[in-house]
Design a protein around this ligand. Structure first.
Ligand code: SF4
Ligand SMILES: [Zn+2]
Length: 125
């Protein structure tokens, strides 16, 4: 595979997230804040913030979802907001964007397995 193709491939998840985060926030805004057309101001600010964080993300290559990030670069209040969005919109993406939604489930399972393994390997006092 040539270098350019490889780079494109490695950034695929990052690009997909950039495209779908605004979709998820808009879904949340419609469902939870009752907006009809445009998103509310709060959700617009969250979208801008999330896209800014994604642009600055140090883990763009073969990116995992932010939910499983070991550093989590969001400010605490924004982190809580995006968590609420994920909880609401995640399951609702299953019909419109099944691959995206399923890859979130797979990463969640992997992350839980890794946490469990780490806990088993931690010596008890
Ligand atoms: S939370 Fe982690 S994966 Fe998400 S944008 Fe920030 S650094 Fe990147
Ligand atoms: Zn809203």
């Amino acid at each position: 595979m040539d270098t350019q193709k490889k780079a494109q491939r490695e950034l695929r998840a990052w690009r997909r997230e950039k495209k779908l985060i605004p979709v998820m926030i808009a879904k949340y805004c419609r469902g939870v804040h009752g907006t009809k057309g445009e998103m509310c101001e709060d959700c617009r600010a969250l979208t801008e913030y999330a896209l800014f964080r994604l642009d600055k993300c140090p883990f763009k290559v073969n990116k995992q979802f932010c939910s499983f990030c070991r550093i989590h670069c969001y400010r605490p209040e924004m982190r809580q907001k995006i968590k609420d969005v994920m909880r609401y919109s995640g399951p609702r993406m299953l019909f419109s964007h099944p691959i995206f939604a399923l890859s979130h489930v797979v990463q969640m399972m992997r992350s839980r397995r890794a946490q469990k393994k780490a806990a088993q390997n931690t010596p008890q006092n």
